[in-house]
Design a protein around this ligand. Structure first.
Ligand code: UDP
Length: 404
């Protein structure tokens, strides 16, 4: 069972003690988090670790997920794309009605009677229409800085029914937001199977299981198969790097989230684009790539790439940096908070530029080591679960009026 004191050697006694004190103030209070999926993507990743840790501190917090059919998740994925700025996406009245109906059905099934209710992302947003007692917060994990106005204006009346909104970055707060908002960076758990230390021989075993040569350099992108993550761009970068570093291998690690109907289609596209190139490994949870395997691959990367065109925060970047691996990434979403250009990795504009940076880090292993080490320090100070938990506790304390 996870215990807060296990984190003291990583973040220090002081941080752990402050968390205990905050938890004491709201001991026994009820909280519930609702999101769309228990598996796949950053939100599920965060909640799967944060909820047990909060429970271990005496807070009666549960995590519940929505039940929806394929039509529901098609609409919510469209909504996700529209909120991230896809102006071409329209949601019909019929689709919107279905979205509301599924939420109304879920409101009857879920246990929402709580002191604090935290609703994650747009999928369960309408649950607030059935709100009872307690304080309600909407935690938006996506980049809503330039939302498709037509879609946002349908959601805005429901957003107004919340007590608080939480965003991953200041600039994601939509213009004219009518309720109070705070910023909270996503975080990773250094003790989870995905991030905990691994023996080098265990890393090698995982690579060999998938036919990757542990003695040749490997670069990779871990990301859902999704157009915003630009997996084809990652393959282009690899092809460019390969002309300078012939032995290089590429791992494209992606998972299929239950709430993401585009995944299968994009997986096929990636496979087709990779073609018969034997040094490109396209792997997913369907090949048995779970947390431990992701951990091993990230540790094995000489350089991690993240070519996302849009990104909420980019936990895969946090995970790579925590493992001391430098990251070459596009300047999307929360990535520049993590990849400090020239310090923890490189920020790039185009694919050509990205390939040059990757090749540089492959040639200069001392530079890769130095950036990787600074990346790890940066994550330790800013993006570990203890930080996320103390932000959560503070929010809860304020929402229920126990700050003073
Ligand atoms: N992930 C995974 N397997 C994969 C691809 C992604 O476990 O094949 C995890 C990844 O390690 C990270 C999360 O899913 O913890 C993705 O979070 P991120 O913020 O990068 O992107 P999102 O999917 O939420 O857009």
């Amino acid at each position: 069972m996870v215990k807060i004191e296990d984190y003291a050697p990583i973040v220090g006694e002081g941080t752990v003690e402050a968390i205990r004190e905050m938890a004491e103030i709201i001991r026994g209070e009820r909280a519930v988090h609702v999101n769309a999926t228990s598996y796949g993507g950053g939100v599920a990743e965060i909640l799967s670790r944060m909820i047990p840790l909060a429970r271990s501190l005496g807070i009666d917090v549960t995590w519940q997920t929505l039940k929806g059919d394929i039509d529901f998740f098609k609409v919510t994925k469209k909504m996700h794309n529209a909120l991230q700025g896809d102006l071409g996406t329209a949601i019909s009245d019929e689709e919107f009605a279905h979205y509301l109906k599924v939420n109304a059905e879920n409101a009857a099934l879920l246990e929402l009677d709580s002191d604090v209710v935290v609703i994650h992302d747009p999928q369960p947003l309408p649950l607030v229409r059935q709100r009872g007692r307690g304080k309600w917060a909407w935690r938006c994990h996506i980049d809503t800085s330039t939302p498709n106005e037509a879609v946002w204006s349908r959601l805005d009346p429901m957003v107004r029914m919340y007590d608080l909104a939480i965003f991953s970055m200041e600039r994601y707060i939509p213009k004219g937001l009518a309720i109070p908002s705070i910023i909270d960076y996503p975080t990773i758990d250094p003790l989870s199977p995905k991030n905990a230390p691994m023996k080098p021989e265990d890393v090698t075993k995982v690579l060999e299981r998938y036919g990757v040569d542990p003695d040749r350099p490997l670069i990779g992108q871990v990301a859902r198969f999704d157009p915003w993550k630009d997996p084809l761009g990652a393959i282009d970068v690899f092809r460019r790097v390969k002309s300078a570093v012939p032995g290089i291998q590429l791992a494209m690690i992606g998972s299929f989230a239950r709430d993401d109907p585009e995944g299968a289609e994009w997986y096929e596209r990636v496979l087709r684009y990779a073609g018969r190139e034997k040094d490109i490994f396209v792997l997913s949870n369907l090949d048995g790539v779970g947390d431990l395997e992701v951990n091993a691959f990230q540790r094995a990367f000489s350089v991690a790439i993240q070519l996302s065109k849009r990104e909420g925060f980019g936990l895969t970047v946090t995970e790579a940096l925590w493992k001391g691996v430098p990251v070459v990434a596009k300047r999307a979403g929360g990535i520049p908070l993590q990849v400090i250009d020239g310090t923890t990795g490189f920020l790039t504009e185009g694919l050509e530029d990205a390939a040059e940076r990757v090749a540089l880090l492959l040639r200069r292993s001392w530079l890769a080591r130095e950036l990787g080490e600074r990346g790890r320090q940066h994550v330790r100070l800013n993006f570990l679960i203890t930080k996320g938990l103390s932000n959560y506790l503070r929010m809860h304390i304020e929402l229920v009026g126990k700050m003073g």
